[in-house]
Write a protein that binds this ligand. Sequence first.
Ligand code: HEM
Length: 198
Amino acid sequence: MPALTSRHWRNAKALFFVICLLPLAYIVYAALNQNLGADPVKALIHMSGEWGIRFFILTMAIGPLRTWLAWGWALRFRRMLGLYTWFYVSFHLLIVTTYLFGWDWAIAQEELAERRYIFVGFAAWVLMLPMGLTSNNRAVRALRKNWARLHMLVYPALFLAWLHIALQVRSSYFDAALYAVIIIGLLFQRFQRFKNTL
Ligand code: HEM
């Protein structure tokens, strides 16, 4: 395969940027066409949350893909995937804040105190906040080694995101169990890499 130039990578990234927006386009399209079923708010929360965890897992899969399949190029897309994770989770938070809390701080406080899974989801978002805000070239340069240290927050954030979903299980444990297996598989590879560096 001929070597790809920086222009090719720029185009590939632009295309990937657009592809990552497709779930949002689908959600907005379904909402505008009143195609969200009997409980549109629930559907909006569900879809945005599902895309949040999917992007989170995809971001975390880049490291293992690089090791297992020698997909070194995938690393070029990791930061964008991480930012999209934050974007979809923030969109999810925006929907919850608008339609469940009605932008009322007293209701939000009450919900956070009474429903453990909402508190846990919010804690995951708070942990993601510093990573989201520093995922630009200037911050990467300014923080240097501390940028990588800061990104250790992905592990507790991922655990809390999973716990947020697991705590909501009412009938089927399938999703929570599937996410747990994928996450443990991805973390196992990281643990092995870490062990090899000791
Ligand atoms: C990393 C962060 C988060 C992820 C990955 C995530 C993911 C999800 C997913 C997948 C669902 C759907 C569960 C289901 O229908 O089976 C969900 C539901 C929900 N999430 Fe999150 N979420 C996150 C953060 C938050 C935050 C910050 C809040 C609000 C403070 C929140 C509030 C809710 C609520 C209220 C539901 C709906 C539960 C219901 O249907 O009664 N989440 N979340």
